[in-house]
Design a protein around this ligand. Sequence first.
Ligand code: PMV
Length: 310
Amino acid sequence: MNKVTASAPGKMILLGEHSVVYGKPAVALAIDRRIKCTVSASSELLVNGRKASGTIAHPHIRSVLKDNGAANVSVDAVTDIPTSSGLGSSAALSASFSLAVRKLFGRETDEESIAADAFNAEYTAQGRASPMDTSVCTHGGGVALNCPIGRHLWTFSKGGNSWDVTEVDVPHMTFVVGYTGIHAPTGPIVERVRKYKEHNRFASDIIDEIGAITLEGVQAMAKNDTEHLGRLMTQNHKLLSILGVSCDQLNKLVNASLPLSYGAKLTGSGGGGSMIALTDQPEKVCEAIALRGGVPMIVHTGIPGVRLEE
Ligand code: PMV
C-alpha cells in the first residue's frame, strides 16, 4: 500500500468546554463536516505539496508521526471544517492523519490507539488539553467525559488529570452553528483560563459550576428533555462569559438565536470561533445569525467517526 486516505468529522461541544481541561464532565457531538487526509511515503515532510519549514510548523502532524516512529510523509488535506472555529478542525486532522499513517506503516488501527495519538498531538500543540475533541472526532456520534453514563471507550490521563470517555446515545436534535468568522486559536485561551484559575478562587468555582450543569445536561439529554437541555446550554454560556472566554460577536449571535431556540452557547474555546443553538426553527435561526454577520450552518448529529476512504 503506497497511498492511504482517511477522514474524520468535526465536532461541537454541547456542554463543558474549558472545565473539562481540569477533569470536569463534558459532552461533545460529531458533526457532518469532515476533513480528508491522503498520506503517502516521502523522503521529506510535505504538507499539501509544500516542504514543511523548520521544526515547529504543523505540530499535530509531527506529533502523530513521532508517536508512530516516522518523520516524513507527504500529506494532502481537504476540509470543510473552518480552522480555529471551535469545530474541531485540528482534532479531526490529527485523528484522520493518525489512521492514514498507521495504515500506511502497517500498525494497529484500533480507535483507542488513534484517539491516543490525536490527544497527544492536541496536548503538545495546545500546551494543555482534554481528550474531548480528539475522542469524539475519532469515535463519532456522541461522547461524554467523566460522566457516569454510557458505554466505556477509554481512559486517558495527563498533567494530573484523568478522563473516562464513554459513548452516549444522542437523541434526534437540530442544531445551528453560527461561525463568527473570528479566527481564535485554542492554546492562548486555554492558557488564559489556567492563569485566571491559578490566581482566583472564583474561577475555580465557575469551573465547578460548569461541571455540575454538564452532569445535569447529560441526564436531560438521556431523557430527551430538549427544553431542560437548552436552558442548561444558555446557563453554560453565561458561566463561560464570566470566565472571560466569550466575545461581543459570540454574545450577539447567542442573543439573536435565543428567542428562536431552546438554548444557545459558544462552542469550543471561544474568543471568536462558533456558537451553537438548539432549535426546532433552524431556518429562522440561520436568518437571525446571518443578519448579525455570522455564518450559519445547520448541522446533523449521529455522524460516523474516523474511517478509511477509497
Ligand atoms: O476550540 P476547540 O475546538 O479547540 O475546543 C477546545 C475545548 C477546550 O475545552 C477549551 C480545550 C480542550 O482541550 O478540551
